[in-house]
Design a protein around this ligand. Structure first.
Ligand code: RUQ
Ligand code: CUA
Length: 683
């Protein structure tokens, strides 16, 4: 068996291999650059100018907390979706509308570390409705609407520290899950760290996710104080079950590198969540006080709101026999992946010498036959020999994650030996190997964790690039590699650098979402309190020391565009509405010295910038998003006078805007647009 010392040698060996391309295990079969795309590879990834990619791929931004959207097979970056981190490019988390999205019990958290994008599913197949993603640091899950590519909902997970095994979905997306990576004292009490074994607990949360705007924690299962790593739902015959990997069943609380690698086997936890639902329906759940936030972005107003929740329903598995079982699994298992048929649960025994595969039907039989090997904290432990379907022998070093092609083959990432290994379900024989550069973490096949994988490609999401790209100082580019899996042998097609650590990814055929894109927000339905629907509705109002400015943005001016009457000591809110009703006509708004960011307004949307001027004077503002040939003319001024000054409130519209408004309102007797005064009304 592998000893920890032996392990360290392996890990060091891998680093050397990656660094120098020296002979070491799989690296011995190649040197960097070999096995590279040859023949028709270029044409297989070439998407001619003006044509679309075949797949949307959603790559986690890792510790930038966001999501990168790429086209496959070209690897072209299409968009960056702001989720857990503020983004000055879009104003996400800086403007008044989206600030509440980042609210947590720890305050407004402006960043996170996101790992796993997960597409919503119907009948076990990605359906293109939503994309979920987890936050590791301050445990949260988010929903991205795939008609707008905007984050519309974020839910905090209480009683959890490290939302790593998340947000994997059930086949109907009724639930997504989040399990705590770090066990913690429940209610995070002030206890000695050395009391880990007595006081620290894990939790596995089932989050209701099928109703947009209404995500909530359905229940939390209290688990022993291990580390929880990853999870995947059952499907087909195993529908109704969820599987999680654990490590540190040693329950070490120091030097885990060594102390959490003692046991030959840790556990895969099998959770019967339908049984858990029943148990709760029978009143066996316990509501405990727990504070967490639920933040929702309203589509019509564009305004996010935060709601603080105060309790969760928890379930102690000992109160509900049959809800949780442990399957011994070698050795600090990492990934757990369920094959398309739903019969096999593949563990990435990251320190193991084999890839262990459990059988769902054997597991059910073992439970019925009571083939137990004792219990841990009241949770029955099944016999390894009773659940194991097979082991993939000599797969490579450091197996982490497995995805499937839907043709009976599995593909596993090998972190230490830097390769992707193809093997056959049922016979467990290794069929092919592809070296990758370097140290692959997750891998992704479009639909490869679902009931019906689209197959065709596997994307290798690498941790290290070393010599693959032009060097860029101490930190080198992050990287993904696209491999063709349509034939018997894998073929390397493309390296492409990514923004952020491409931790995990999901992909689906473009057809599923491309025609459902929202082109603009309907101005008539905009229910923002700051909205203006025409240039004549703009203006400036004062309420004590608060000044609200409502503005329209339209090619290529702001209305109003000159503002006076602001005083030092005021807090100013610019509510800017893009009154265009045309696809892709976006305007920006930036004012000199603003401490937050610019505003970016999609057509039909209102965004609000809070601004506290620090000195008297005149400040220009301008449009930041290139919108027309006269974009550079899209500007204005705001005058700031001393506190108590008698400069009246004034909101002017430019000559050009006046002329346009005169045309637009010709026939109407409304003359309210020229240099009109503030109404003084409260908003
Ligand atoms: S898991 S280290 Cu996605 Cu391999 Cu996080
Ligand atoms: Cu509007 Cu540039």
């Amino acid at each position: 068996m592998t000893t920890p010392k032996h392990l360290r040698t392996l890990l060091l060996g891998a680093a050397t291999c990656a660094a120098a391309g020296l002979a070491f295990y799989a690296c011995s079969t190649t040197t960097a650059g070999a096995n590279l795309a040859s023949g028709d590879a270029a044409s297989k990834v070439y998407v001619p100018p003006g044509q679309y990619d075949q797949y949307y791929a959603f790559l986690s931004g890792g510790y930038n907390g966001q999501i990168g959207v790429y086209g496959l097979p070209s690897g072209r970056l299409l968009k960056f979706v702001s989720v857990f981190s503020q983004n000055p490019e879009t104003g996400w988390g800086y403007n008044e509308e989206t600030k509440p999205m980042l609210q947590t019990t720890y305050g407004n958290i402006p960043w996170d570390d996101s790992h796993h994008p997960e597409l919503s599913q119907t009948n076990g197949v990605p359906d293109g409705r939503w994309l979920f993603i987890n936050a590791n640091n301050t445990p949260r899950v988010a929903r991205v609407d795939l008609t707008t590519f905007e984050t519309t909902e974020i839910l905090q997970i209480p009683n959890s520290a490290g939302g790593h095994a998340s947000p994997f979905t059930t086949p109907d997306s009724k639930y997504i899950v989040s399990a705590t990576r770090f066990s913690i004292p429940m209610h995070n009490a002030d206890v000695p760290i050395a009391s880990y074994k007595q006081n620290f607990k894990g939790t596995v949360s089932f989050i209701r996710a099928d109703q947009p705007g209404k995500m909530d924690i359905a229940f939390q299962i209290l688990m022993p104080g291990y580390n929880y790593d990853l999870g995947h739902a059952g499907k087909g015959p195993s529908d109704g079950w969820f599987f999680f990997t654990t490590y540190n069943t040693e329950q070490a609380n120091e030097k885990l590198e060594l102390n959490a690698s003692q046991n030959d086997k840790d556990f895969m936890a099998a959770v019967n969540y339908r049984a858990a639902e029943q148990c709760i329906a029978q009143g066996k759940g316990k509501s405990i006080p727990s504070e967490y936030y639920h933040n929702v972005l309203d589509e019509k107003s564009g305004q996010a709101t935060s709601e603080k929740k105060t309790s969760v329903v928890t379930l102690d598995p000992t109160a509900c026999p049959g809800v949780v079982y442990f399957l011994p699994t070698p050795k600090s298992p990492h990934g757990v992946d369920v094959d398309p048929s739903g019969e096999y649960m593949v563990a990435g025994g990251k320190l193991a010498t084999v890839i262990p595969v459990h059988s769902f039907s054997k597991m059910i039989k073992a439970i019925a036959d009571k083939q137990f090997d004792g219990s841990e904290y009241g949770i029955p432990v099944l016999k390894y020999s009773a659940t194991i379907a097979g082991e993939v022998q000599k797969p490579g070093l450091g197996p982490l994650h497995t995805e499937f092609d839907g043709k009976g083959n599995a593909y596993t990432s090998m972190f230490i030996s830097s390769e992707i290994v193809k093997w056959k379900l049922g016979t467990w024989e290794v069929l092919d190997r592809m070296p990758v550069y370097y140290s692959v973490g997750h891998l992704m096949i479009p639909g490869g964790d679902s009931k019906k994988p689209w197959g065709q490609y596997v994307l290798s999401l690498n941790k290290i690039t070393k010599d693959r790209y032009l060097p860029t100082g101490p930190e080198l580019a992050q990287s993904a590699q696209l491999i063709d899996i349509s034939g018997n042998k894998m073929k390397m097609l493309l390296d492409f650098p990514t923004i952020g650590e491409p931790h995990y990814a999901q992909a689906l055929p473009a057809e599923l979402i491309k025609s459902r894109q929202l082109k603009f927000y309907k101005l008539a339905e905009n229910s923002s309190t700051g909205v203006v629907r025409s240039e004549s509705e703009g203006g400036i109002t004062r309420t004590g020391k608060r000044v609200d400015i409502k503005m329209a943005a339209i090619r290529s001016h702001f209305a109003p565009d000159n503002l006076e009457g602001v005083q030092l000591g005021d807090t100013v809110y610019f509510h800017v509405t893009n009154i265009e009703q045309d696809w892709d006509i976006v305007h920006g708004f930036a004012v000199q010295g603003a401490e937050n960011a610019e505003l970016i307004m999609a057509p039909g949307a209102t965004r609000t910038l809070k601004w506290i001027p620090k000195a008297t004077g005149v400040y220009p503002f301008y449009c930041t998003d290139f919108c027309s040939a006269l974009h550079q003319e899209m500007q204005g001024y705001v005058r700031v006078s001393p506190a108590g000054s008698n400069v009246p409130l004034m909101a002017n519209v430019s000559k050009k805007a006046q002329a346009q408004m005169a045309n637009a309102t010709a026939g109407r007797k409304d003359d309210s647009h020229a240099g009109h005064q503030a109404s003084g009304k409260e908003r």
